[in-house]
Design a protein around this ligand. Sequence first.
Ligand code: KIV
Ligand code: ZN
Length: 535
Amino acid sequence: MKPDYVRIFDTSLRDGEQAPGASMTSAEKLEVARALARLGVDVIEAGFPAASPDDLAAVQSIAAEVGQEPVAGRPQTEPPIICGLARCTRSDIEAAWIGVKGSKHPRIHTFLATSDIHLQHKLRMSRAEMTARAVEMVTFARSRCTDIEFSPEDAGRSDPKFLYQVLEAVIKAGATTLNIPDTVGYTMPDEFGALIGGIIKHTPGAKDVIISVHCHDDLGLAVANSLAGLRAGARQAEVTINGIGERAGNASLEEVVMAIRTRGEKIGLRTGIDATQLCRASKLISRSTNYPVPPNKAIVGTNAFAHESGIHQDGMIKNALTYEIMRPEDVGATQTMLVLGKHSGRSAFSKRLTELGYPLEGDALLKAFNEFKKLADRKKAVHDADLVALASDERSPAPEFWTLEHLLVVCGTTDQPTANVRLRDPDGQTHSHAAVGTGPVDATYKAIDAIVRLPVTLLEFGISGVTGGIDALAEATVRVRHEDQRSSHGHGADTDIVVASAKAYLASLNHVLSRTSSGHVQHPQRTSAPTEVSP
Ligand code: KIV
Ligand code: ZN
């Protein structure tokens, strides 16, 4: 690698997924991993295999499907490195290795805290014991895999002199990347830059390995700190799409990448990211985690390139450089294109999906095409965003325990809204129920609750138009919390907002069932009110 090249290590699937309620299904994780490979990230941290058998299986499938071949039509000649996280224990490291070993370029990432606060209160270890454990576990990891990353957790609050000693020891034990986390987002950019500079200067062997930065955003400084670390000599940035992650999140991939690119003359670094894929990746992550992107979010927010005031609009008309430091097309934020209508055939549909990065085949293509035809009948023109919504449903379908067979809603200004719902259970039996509610969606959810009888609380409900216009496809998103305190989300798209809402609610219940019953639907007695919020 040239000395100015910064490796982009995406941890949306690991640290990002640690954001409360952001958990993704294995199919969603695979879809995200494909999008990351298209984006051109160098390393995908695919998960924490020791956390659960599901996490391990998701990492294995990413290793096998995304970590084997480079993405066709992209400049990268090699597939991304697939990395698995492990605490400094043999069983974690073994699980991480099982997760990633099916990829062409596997990496094990192991971590142990170095700050006195963590050593005394969490690990109850002395500095010497910590160093010995780190060396032992890096040596063990190295017996499995040649690419080893080590992170001294809470490095931002650790004694730098102790860090130099630990890092020197793990380099000798075989670590090839040293990642320096500001775990609690505490440092200031000048401090973090100095920490990285100090590590490179004072740690014997540091110049022969890659130094990485991993910054959290508790004080809103994650991107600034990452850039300071890179300018001080780090050559890997650990980031997440949309900045998702624990608490206030991680440094955002799109912000780090576009700062490096837009201020290239000052920063003097580069990455291998295809920035035109940024908006698409952002939408996919937002959809998969049910974390909305604020409209004013840098780079990928819907207003990031909108100019409202007259003075700005006047300047833009005269010369876009007056108020625009990046072009919307540079980050893939160009207007949706009008592409297909009701007369378009299956091959045009399939070709457009492939161009959009959502290739479908076989039954999935047929199902999506049928949905497209129904949509094209109801809408004059189908936009790219509609196609992406249809294709995403097929590419990462929610587990189907219960399916919606029939929905009839009566509502208006006089009568109480009433919903008639018929669902099909996993054994093929149908169940019907009618319920009244404060609105059509509330009535529908009450009828669904009466049939499915899962002890959940509705936490969030949102609905938005995928494209503009009265005939737009509506996308509903729902988050529910099960009595085990874990939350699950679901989406549903339809031109009818009540049908979209019903599909989203069922998808969230199906997610709960996929976690709690491994396919077997039980009918527990309700232990809490069916809904906390009336949509
Ligand atoms: O923030 C952190 O310290 C981490 C480590 C596991 C790298 O996420
Ligand atoms: Zn982290």
